[in-house]
Design a protein around this ligand. Structure first.
Ligand SMILES: [Zn+2]
Length: 290
């Protein structure tokens, strides 16, 4: 039996209720779409062909009117609810459990922003791994929707599986669909991933008072910086969130990923913007005194 017939107007509530997803909605999402869904049978995961905002998915392109998918997940792991109605994401293709060329009427589409600013192409796809906050958001989003629909991870598909033959699609690049389904199945079983909770991060047993921000007012550390301030930052990150982090005084991609993991933790009070940049608010919660 299909889990749901008609538009998924519950998307925002379901993603918010998960508690781990950094979710926002684009105004008017619940009445946006190219007509109504038939029965929803699963989820199709895509990548955008380069940098692409949620707004661009809403608006579409000169040759293809938006919305282009129901959901957008940015490279920083922010999930945007773009539309509740049918969106033009699947096109022609087929799967054993979807009527031929009818993916748009049976599958919730998720456009995942290509994680790097550089050019995109099959030649470099293996060199550009997906970032952890984005992968976590993809897992959590897919799992939350599957739970709502009472489906298993076998109802996750990708554009390349559906349309590889008919349209030459290869998205999402650098992501094995079987790996993705396996990761989402783990999430459905309650497995926590690094950056989501234990073992990389354990919340303190009692709330730690947040120090006043003013003593951190001068802190600004970001990728590309080097020196003793970065050493202190790495020591704090190593202590509180990524025990394997190498303390070398070089603010590289791993340090940036650790900062983002810290910032995106649901234990942050107040919540932090997961931008990978250590300013006064992040420094205050890290207890980073320079
Ligand atoms: Zn696609």
């Amino acid at each position: 039996m299909p889990g749901w017939t008609g538009d998924p107007t519950w998307l925002l509530d379901v993603l918010k209720a998960d508690g781990q997803i950094n979710v926002r909605a684009l105004g008017g999402w619940d009445s946006r779409g190219h007509g109504d869904f038939k029965d929803i049978r699963g989820i199709m995961v895509h990548h955008t062909g380069g940098p692409a905002s949620a707004e661009s998915i809403r608006d579409g392109r000169p040759d293809l009117r938006g919305p282009l998918s129901q959901l957008h997940i940015s490279r920083d792991g922010v999930v945007s609810v773009v539309a509740a109605g049918v969106s033009w994401h699947a096109g022609t293709g087929s799967l054993p459990w979807i009527p031929a060329n009818m993916g748009n009427w049976h599958l919730i589409g998720i456009e995942c922003e290509w994680p790097y600013r550089g050019g995109i192409g099959e030649h470099n796809q293996r060199d550009e791994p997906w970032r952890r906050p984005q992968i976590l958001a993809i897992r959590n989003t897919c799992a939350a929707i599957l739970r709502k629909l009472a489906f298993g991870a076998d109802r996750i598909t990708t554009h390349k599986e559906y349309a590889g033959r008919s349209q030459g699609k290869w998205d999402p690049g650098n992501m094995d669909p079987n790996w993705l389904r396996d990761e989402i199945a783990k999430d459905l079983r309650g497995v926590k991933f690094p950056g989501e909770g234990t073992p990389d991060y354990t919340p303190p047993p009692t709330p730690v008072p947040v120090p006043p921000v003013d003593q951190y007012a001068g802190v600004l550390l970001y990728r590309g910086m080097r020196g003793p301030a970065v050493v202190k930052l790495q020591q704090r990150l190593k202590a509180v969130i990524v025990s394997q982090l190498v303390v070398d005084g070089d603010f590289g991609p791993k340090t940036e990923a650790a900062v983002r993991a810290f910032q995106s933790s649901k234990y942050r009070r107040p919540p932090l913007v997961a931008d990978g940049i250590v300013g006064p608010a992040t420094a205050a919660q890290l207890g980073l005194v320079l």
